[in-house]
Design a protein around this ligand. Structure first.
Ligand code: F3S
Length: 753
């Protein structure tokens, strides 16, 4: 069949993908010889070596994803790294989406125009790099990455990685879609396999059918309450049971999207006719029919075994409101009013926000509009401010055509740009001064303190768009449309009737403005533009290869005390704007780490001058003097995020090794990728024997081999030395990365040889 994986990429065919998965599964079944869950079929079907014996929760799998998606904040460094590998095009279909850098302030038109001018150099860079390296580029205004992926690229049974934590949204179309750091994306774009520990599988069995005000969102709000923010860690959440067929495809997307809030690797639904309907409505009939052909691999085997099973009866599922400050604090609607009163949460609702990557389908919008319409018919407008974020230009154009936007505007709502906006904190909110306690309710996915508006006193609650709308109309956080009435313009009271809406637009989708820039056939003439004087972007120089000798007498830049997460190593917040400029963002290196010598942050002694200075300044002074250095750290060094900057920065400023009691695994791998030596004390107590003024020599590198420890000679200022054995987890390939100076250097040299 000549059906492409995505209509926008006619030359990448789907059937070979399905056939390859089927062939791999034939091999996998011989090894495992037991029924498989759907998630296992998709994951193991993408094994680089299908003879790998996967043990859930244990084996590290090398996988071959079908796609990569990147948003504009994370794509910058990933693309810069990809460029430095020197490959002509990405080896796996890749798209870039401009959604994170658009701040909400006045409304779609003004906000988009402002973002385009403020971020012009970033957009130009991503656009030209996309053309040059064969990536699809979605211009600002096109919509939110996860919505665009669902509309255009997700397909049942596919494996995708994306540089954003809500990538799992594509599970609504039966895809295993996992949020990763930029370093993983670069590997896959460069043709390397992607490593994932075989996930555990949590089954969620759905029975019955949604009724009343309950919606798909309430499924995940309920599950989040059961599993809590940590309950899904290391697991894929797989939905099954007869209740699945009562959910729309986009509703399943909402559920999978918010699986990120319980720490799940991803979430997935089995292929069904609702997905088929959505594929048909979005111009992908061919994919739907191929999915039918291969449907055996798009659902779990009978009697597949899950690591844990949760049951949710949709027929009795109540609408939920979760929050504040954490998405797992779940309140059934019938108990919410009492909770608001008991906890003293501000009962007035300042703003209701609907849409975002989580909940902006045509169904969501039309159901919300039906509630607004009922109120308008009674002469009632929204009492709270009401913001609408369409997930994509296609959704925006379609709801504009169908009068839904008019309805929202009639009630006083503001339609924001098709972008992340308030969902990611890109919200220049002006109705409430910072520090004022207030409540807002959103149909988004996250509600940590300060997430939306930077005000720690804003209590954010998460619910379905329908309920957000009803609450906004009433102006009350504690409004329950099942029991409470609104007052009409004529003074009479009325109750809102059940929301009604179409799952898919009866007149089809209106694509709206064309905001897509396809990959170019011949990009030889394209120049990727990076202004050498830019503060936000900087092309990367390849790191130097190892010179073949042991490291001698290295100063310790900092002996970090206690917790040192990727936030301590490379802080976020205001530094985000330098994500594409390694030298500038390196000014945040380790500025959050506590110096064991003096208990202070960002104050370390320069061993060349004896003076104290900021960590990045001292590192720069060493680098200028040609002195390489090491970091010493404690337990679980580098936990937190997969941010590759936390490994790039020390390498850029002249670090060669990080010696700790233990590592967070992803950071450890990231350090290896950048050509650094992550080492652990064979005897953890040796951490205590090292003083910040000691000099360290790392020996045994000429015989560096997997499983063979290295030695560190510690020279005390008085001349005493001690020998410390250090372990490493390098395999043979990774040792080549170290020797070449980085994983990318190695890829490049392999390519040239
Ligand atoms: Fe993420 Fe929301 Fe955008 S969760 S992709 S920030 S709309």
């Amino acid at each position: 069949s000549s059906t492409p994986m995505a209509p926008l990429e006619p030359s990448n065919l789907l059937e070979p993908v399905y056939r390859n998965v089927a062939d791999n599964l034939d091999v996998v079944r011989k090894t495992l010889d037991r029924p498989l869950t759907l998630a296992e079929k998709v994951v193991y079907g993408h094994l680089d070596d299908p003879t790998t014996r996967a043990v859930r929760g244990e084996t590290y799998l090398k996988l071959r994803p079908d796609r990569v998606a990147m948003q504009d904040a994370t794509a910058q460094m990933a693309t810069l790294q990809f460029i430095s590998a020197g490959l002509p095009t990405t080896q796996v279909p890749t798209t870039v989406h401009c959604d994170h850098l658009i701040a909400a302030q006045e409304g779609a038109g003004e906000d988009l125009a402002r973002a385009k001018s403020e971020n012009a150099e970033v957009y130009d860079f991503l656009s030209s790099a996309s053309s040059k390296y064969g990536m699809g580029f979605w211009r600002p205004g096109s919509g939110i990455i996860h919505q665009i992926v669902l509309e255009n690229y997700a397909f049942p049974g596919g494996l995708m990685i994306g540089t954003d934590s809500h990538t799992p949204n594509a599970g609504g179309l039966g895809m295993v879609a996992v949020g990763v750091g930029g370093a993983d994306a670069v590997d896959v774009m460069a043709g390397l396999p992607w490593e994932l520990k075989a996930p555990k599988i949590i089954g969620v069995k759905l029975s019955g059918k949604l009724t009343g005000w309950a919606s798909a969102k309430d499924v995940i709000l309920k599950v989040a309450g059961i599993l809590t923010v940590k309950g899904g860690t290391g697991a894929i959440i797989e939905y099954f049971g007869e209740g699945v067929d009562s959910l729309s495809c986009t509703g399943m997307g909402t559920i999978c999207n918010m699986g990120a809030e319980i720490g799940a690797t991803t979430s997935i639904f089995p292929y069904n006719s609702r997905m088929g309907d959505y594929l048909n409505a979005t111009g992908r009939q061919g994919i739907a029919s191929l999915a039918e052909t291969y449907s055996e691999n798009l659902r779990a085997d009978d009697s597949a075994v899950y690591d844990q099973i949760i049951e949710v009866d949709l027929s009795t599922l109540e609408p939920h409101v979760n929050g504040p400050f954490t998405p797992d604090l779940a309140h059934p609607l019938s108990q919410f009013k009492a909770a608001v009163e008991k906890q003293g949460w501000p009962p007035e609702l300042t703003v209701g926000l609907i849409g975002s990557c989580t909940n902006s389908s045509y169904e969501d919008m039309s159901r919300s509009a039906s509630i607004v319409r009922q109120a308008l018919d009674k002469g009632v407008k929204s009492k709270s401010l009401f913001n609408i974020t369409p997930g994509s230009e296609q959704v925006r154009a379609t709801i504009a055509r169908d009068g839904i936007i008019d309805t929202f505007e009639e009630t006083g709502g503001t339609v924001l740009a098709n972008a992340c906006g308030p969902c990611i904190g890109q919200w220049n909110r002006s109705d409430v001064p910072k520090g004022t306690p207030n409540s807002i309710v959103t149909s988004f996915n996250r509600n940590f303190s300060m997430r939306n508006d930077g005000n720690p006193q804003t209590h954010t609650f998460i619910t379905s768009p329908e309920l957000v709308t009803a609450m906004a109309l009433s102006g009350r956080l504690d409004f329950n449309p099942l029991t409470d009435e609104l007052t009409a313009a004529d003074g009479s009271s009325f109750k809102l009737e059940l929301p009604k809406g179409d799952e898919l637009p009866a007149r089809g989708y209106d694509p709206g403005e064309d905001t897509f820039q396809p990959p170019m056939e011949d990009a030889s003439a394209v120049k990727v533009h990076v202004d050498p004087s830019s503060a936000r972007l900087q092309l990367l120089e390849p790191f130097q290869a190892w010179n073949g000798s042991d490291y001698e007498d290295l100063p310790i830049l900092i002996k970090a005390l206690g917790k040192c997460t990727t936030d301590h190593i490379s802080m976020a917040g205001p530094w985000l704007k330098y994500r594409g400029h390694l030298d500038n963002i390196s000014n945040n290196m380790l500025i959050g780490a506590v110096n064991a010598e003096n208990g202070e942050i960002n104050s370390v002694k320069n061993s060349l001058t004896g003076e104290y200075g900021a960590v990045p300044d001292v590192a720069r002074a060493y680098k200028a003097a040609g002195v390489q250095w090491v970091v010493v750290g404690d337990e679980n060094y580098g936990e937190g995020s997969s941010r590759e900057h936390a490994a790039l920065e020390p390498r850029h400023l002249g670090g060669v090794a990080v010696l700790v009691r233990s590592f967070a695994r992803i950071h450890e791998t990231n350090l290896k990728k950048q050509g650094m030596l992550p080492l652990t004390f064979a005897t953890p107590e040796d951490y205590d024997k090292i003083d910040p003024e000691d000099k360290l020599s790392i020996t045994g590198l000429s015989t560096f081999a997997p499983g063979v420890p290295l030695s560190v000679v510690v020279k005390k200022p008085g001349g005493v030395t001690l020998n410390v054995t250090v372990n490493h987890t390098f395999n043979a390939d990774q040792i080549e990365w170290f020797k070449a100076g980085s994983a990318l250097n190695k890829i490049k040299s392999d390519l040239l040889s």
